[in-house]
Design a protein around this ligand. Structure first.
Ligand SMILES: Nc1ncnc2c1ncn2[C@@H]1O[C@H](COP(=O)(O)OP(=O)(O)O)[C@@H](O)[C@H]1O
Ligand SMILES: O=P(O)(O)OC[C@H]1O[C@](O)(COP(=O)(O)O)[C@@H](O)[C@@H]1O
Length: 305
């Protein structure tokens, strides 16, 4: 079974404003409310691609209820820990000439709730896969993913971490199976502006030296670079298309990569599936469906994109 953990789920409120102006009353031309948070998106896309997961993490309040109901509508299994205070966040995604996001901090997670998650994770076995994805509420230390991984070191399960900053750096010594920084996160990690392919690869290799097995660097419309545990560097361009909503493209890429890897064990195929799922989500108002990913993969293989 694949387990995803989302410490900070959200309701994503995605609004389109034709010509957004700061300091003015702006009106939307469309609005959408979707369940969000990185692990949750990974669970939804995996379900769309035919793979069962259990979504773990923390939910609170009326927004938490709405998030869980909406995830279940996708057919995903959930086993969230409920917080007694506060409410899950609402993240604002503003689409105008450019896309801007305002992501909330999220509710406080009590010690008791954390223990409840640890207890669920202690039941994982070597055959399971764990996805730790997204930010954590401000009240928790950035060592939290590291703490989870240190508790699981004796087990041989594959762990995927999609996080930024210290949260990511601290887990590397526990040898995550896959990390997926995007180009901006990579620049932030090394505190230098990165623009060239060779610089991305050099930084990816440094993360691998620190312990990550596979490093997948996503470059939005420019595709992605995978550095495999065998030291192979595989690049893939992204297909061209009209971006409708790129929120969740990275999470879709992680889900596509897992699917491709589980299907064949081949990293080249996993990367292609990751790109196909990421780009399908970017070109659609919803997260990628199986039909969209299959069609995208076919186009990529026939080089018609
Ligand atoms: N503008 C785009 N055009 C085509 N594909 C895209 C675009 N934006 C994202 N994608 C696809 O989604 C993947 C992940 O996107 P990216 O924006 O890098 O991740 P994140 O959402 O984590 O920042 C890319 O590698 C690509 O396959
Ligand atoms: O936990 P964070 O880093 O605040 O990110 C949460 C946001 O990221 C998303 O999971 C989308 O992530 P990606 O665009 O990176 O795939 C949204 O659904 C959510 O609002």
């Amino acid at each position: 079974m694949i387990y995803t953990v989302t410490f900070n789920p959200s309701l994503d409120y995605i609004v389109q404003v034709e010509a957004f102006q700061t300091g003015r009353v702006n009106r939307t031309s469309s609005e959408q409310l979707l369940p969000g948070g990185k692990g949750i998106n990974v669970s939804i896309v995996l379900k769309n691609l035919g793979i069962e997961t259990t979504a773990l993490g923390f939910l609170a309040g009326f927004t938490g209820k709405e998030i869980e109901e909406r995830i279940r509508e996708y057919g995903c299994r959930t086993d969230f820990t409920w917080l007694l205070k506060g409410h899950s966040r609402i993240n604002l995604k503003l689409k105008s000439a450019i896309e801007s996001e305002i992501n909330g901090q999220g509710p406080d997670i009590s010690e008791e709730a954390l223990m409840n998650l640890y207890e669920k994770l202690s039941r994982l076995t070597d055959e399971d896969m764990l996805v730790l994805a997204g930010s954590i509420p401000a009240s928790l230390p950035s060592s939290i993913y590291q703490q989870i991984m240190s508790r699981l070191t004796k087990k041989n399960l594959k762990i995927i971490v999609d996080a930024s900053g210290d949260l990511l750096l601290q887990v590397l010594k526990y040898h995550p199976f896959l990390i997926k920084p995007n180009n901006h996160e990579l620049s932030e990690l090394f505190d230098i502006p990165l623009t060239k392919e060779e610089d991305y690869i050099a930084c990816g290799l440094k993360l691998q030296e620190k312990g990550a097995k596979n490093v997948l660097i996503s470059l939005a419309g420019a595709g992605a670079i995978l550095i495999t545990e065998q030291g192979e560097v595989i690049k893939s361009k992204a297909p061209k298309g009209k971006v409708v909503n790129s929120v969740g493209a990275g999470d879709s890429m992680v889900a596509g990569f897992i699917t491709g890897y589980l299907e064949t064990g081949n990293y080249g195929h996993a990367l292609k599936m990751g790109i196909a799922a990421g780009s399908s989500s970017a070109f659609s108002s919803q997260l990628a469906t199986k039909a969209e990913v299959t069609a995208m993969l076919e186009k990529m293989e026939n080089k018609v994109v």
